[in-house]
Design a protein around this ligand. Sequence first.
Ligand SMILES: Nc1ncnc2c1ncn2[C@@H]1O[C@H](COP(=O)(O)OP(=O)(O)OP(=O)(O)O)[C@@H](O)[C@H]1O
Ligand SMILES: [Mg+2]
Length: 258
Amino acid sequence: MNKERRATAKMIKIDPSIVLTVQDLTKTYTIGNSTITALNKVNLTIRKGEFIAIVGPSGSGKTTLINCLGALDFPDSGKIIYNVDAKGMGLDIMLMTNKQHKKMRLRKIGLIFQFYNLFPILTAYENVELPMVIDKKDPKLRKEKVKNLLKRIGLEERMEHLPTQLSGGEQQRVTIARALVNDPLIILADEPTGELDTETTTNIMKIFLDLKNAGESILMVTHNRRIAEVADRIITLTDGEFISEKNGGKPIKEIYKF
Ligand SMILES: Nc1ncnc2c1ncn2[C@@H]1O[C@H](COP(=O)(O)OP(=O)(O)OP(=O)(O)O)[C@@H](O)[C@H]1O
Ligand SMILES: [Mg+2]
């Protein structure tokens, strides 16, 4: 990451129903003499309570997009404007310092990855609590929040388990709770069901749909076109460009017969 970044981010008025808007986002990687365009002028707007799926072949730029939106990487050009106060005051994270980026990641963005990324020496409870500890939240508030979230995802009986004492699906549920613990503006999930069997995938998708129905905004990358169908919108990325968009919203019962 560029350590020379200066604080130039200014508040921009945006439509309050928008959570995130991306304009002409471009990211290239250069290795030796070759340059790869991972994202080529991508445009995207996500509104509050929307569930969007991104599909596309391997190497099409899906993870690069999640990393840029998740403030884990800096694009070359374009804009990534988050409705930071949730009332229509936007900030372009491209113009933030590393410190501001860090705060965005901690407070405003809930990240979920394919391989769970839980701390192996912390219990399920402690893993969920960690972002609140880093953010120096009040211990009483932490306890209440973490217990409620673990209950919400059906893991209150497993809170003292270490990640190795949990199934893959349970570990992914812990990461969902961890992503939600600081009340983010949006959940960004990169292949959240990539390691899971069909039944567990269905359970995770049901949790995502419950979250969406409770007003959360979700952007999910998936290889699985069937599960993408449950999202409100399905966007196909090819060679770093958005090539098509279609409506989803298919009931999960029609996708998996159970
Ligand atoms: N750190 C990096 N350095 C150089 N090239 C990279 C880097 N990260 C990704 N790339 C390249 O950028 C392109 C997009 O990669 P990305 O990981 O975003 O694809 P993806 O759509 O997530 O693929 P997959 O479905 O396999 O996860 C690929 O051609 C990849 O090789
Ligand atoms: Mg990827």
